[in-house]
Design a protein around this ligand. Structure first.
Ligand code: SF4
Length: 457
């Protein structure tokens, strides 16, 4: 397969669009407001915006498109790190092999205890995280761990982030009924990539670049990409990520299910000073909003690397999924069970509990969601994208989100949360104009409030 990222092509596009007139910028924003995506040239125009007035309009248009496609829902999840063994030496990561610390891989019992803590926090969807080490953390172990998590209780969707691998191994993951297969390119700029991943399996740029293609060849329908912003020029990275999405659409019929936008953070064994000037908050907001307009149907994920303030702001302008109550070490949810404190992969900036995040979302008019219905009803890959493109995802997800958050309130909520959710639910019901749909939802909510779990449409 031919690589689809060409440095000169991206640089030329960014150069050609650097002097767009204010009129052209506004034409592009008018087109973006339709929520149908953007050409590469249009993305270049938006990436080169510098003036405050155009930037503010960009932020507003992205917020409008987000709410048109996704409504007021925000999906919640948590990461679960089960092994910090890693043979790679990614210069930015706390788990790199040159960092000497006691490595750990969780046993079945330890994983079950972690899952119990996560369930007690209310989580239903997890992102499973491991480093790359075929000897100490083979795929067989990851596959078993998926079984243990599903068996441990009520986790309903496991997204998986394992290193780039073969079609055969992706088939084995697919058989385990994973949710999204997540893999970050980290940086699309090949010289930077090779420099930051020295002497390691992950240093093979093309192994990483074509991993989603191989996963889809193996039948995994939902794949998630990501860039670690701060490793290279953000304009290059955004353009390249959208080109990657286009390559998946062309070659596999459907693009990214989600994209993640982590920003480089301090980790053990690295200094941020060696990574240049980083990405400012203003630039970061530009990244999120342009991605929302370029990939209107993809979920955009923001982790607890970012502060409460930034997360709160970006939820209004493009972010559709956030992690909450996250721990980024192996065994961190149940830390007291271990003698040594786990080493974390990176530092967390938003340490609010899921309940605090949920309350804050509700107070801002957002509907927190633990829904996992699409994945379990086979609405994945192209089938899912068709529904989103037809503007129908809100209709399906809104009732499911309300059901899951009411289930959460009953099981885990304190008095304040229960009151918040009761009044929020009433006001959401008032917005439903179709009497049949409304009654159906009222009936389902009644069942949830009687203790029936996991209802969805
Ligand atoms: S980023 Fe992943 S592959 Fe690289 S050192 Fe960290 S855990 Fe290992």
């Amino acid at each position: 397969m031919e690589p689809f990222i060409h440095i000169q092509e991206i640089e030329a596009l960014l150069h050609q669009t650097a002097s767009a007139t204010p009129r052209r910028i506004h034409e592009v924003l008018d087109h973006a407001a339709l929520g149908k995506g953007l050409s590469f040239e249009e993305i270049g125009v938006l990436l080169n915006i510098e003036d405050d007035a155009s930037l503010n309009r960009l932020f507003q248009v992205a917020g409008d498109v987000k709410s048109k496609i996704y409504g007021n829902r925000v999906v919640l999840f948590a990461p679960l790190y089960i092994s910090d063994y890693c043979k790679n030496n990614c210069t930015y990561c706390g788990y790199k092999r040159d960092n000497l610390f006691p490595r750990r891989k969780l046993t079945r019992e330890e994983i079950i205890r972690e899952v119990q803590v996560l369930e007690a926090l209310g989580h239903k969807r997890l992102a499973l995280e491991v480093g790359e080490d075929e000897v100490n953390c083979p795929l067989d172990y990851v596959l078993e761990a998926i079984d243990w998590i599903y068996e441990a209780g009520d986790i309903r969707r496991i997204n998986v982030n394992v290193a780039a691998t073969t079609v055969e191994n992706y088939r084995r993951l697919k058989e385990k009924k994973i949710g999204t297969y997540i893999l970050f390119q980290e940086t699309y700029h090949r010289p930077t990539y090779e420099n930051l991943h020295p002497q390691s399996l992950k240093g093979d740029y093309e192994r990483q670049l074509f991993a989603h293609h191989r996963a889809m060849e193996a039948g995994i329908e939902d794949v998630g990409g990501g860039v670690l912003f701060g490793l290279y020029d953000y304009k290059f990275e955004v353009m390249a990520m959208v080109m990657h999405n286009a390559a998946l659409e062309k070659d596999r019929g459907v693009g990214f299910h989600t994209v993640s936008v982590p920003r480089l953070k301090k980790a053990s064994g690295m200094s941020l000073d060696s990574f240049g000037k980083g990405v400012s908050d203003r630039e970061f907001k530009k990244i999120v909003t342009i991605l929302r307009l370029a990939l209107p149907y993809a979920g955009i994920i923001l982790s607890t690397r970012e502060t409460e303030e930034i997360r709160t702001d970006l939820i209004h302008h493009g972010i559709s999924q956030v992690s909450a109550g996250s721990q980024t070490g192996v065994g961190s949810y149940n830390e007291s069970a271990f003698e040594d404190k786990p080493t974390t992969q990176f530092e967390v900036s938003d340490d609010r509990s899921p309940m605090e995040v949920i309350k804050s979302l509700l107070k801002m008019g957002f509907l927190p969601s633990y829904c996992t219905a699409c994945y379990r009803m086979g609405r994945t890959g192209d089938a899912f994208m068709e529904i989103v493109r037809a503007g129908k995802i809100g209709e399906m997800c809104h009732p499911n989100a309300l059901l899951t958050i009411n289930e959460y309130a009953l099981q885990y909520g304190d008095d304040e949360l229960k009151e918040l959710i009761a009044s929020f639910t009433l006001s959401e019901l008032e917005k439903i104009t179709n009497p049949v749909k409304k009654q159906k939802l009222i009936d389902a909510l009644a069942l949830v409030n009687q203790g029936v779990k996991d209802l969805y449409v």
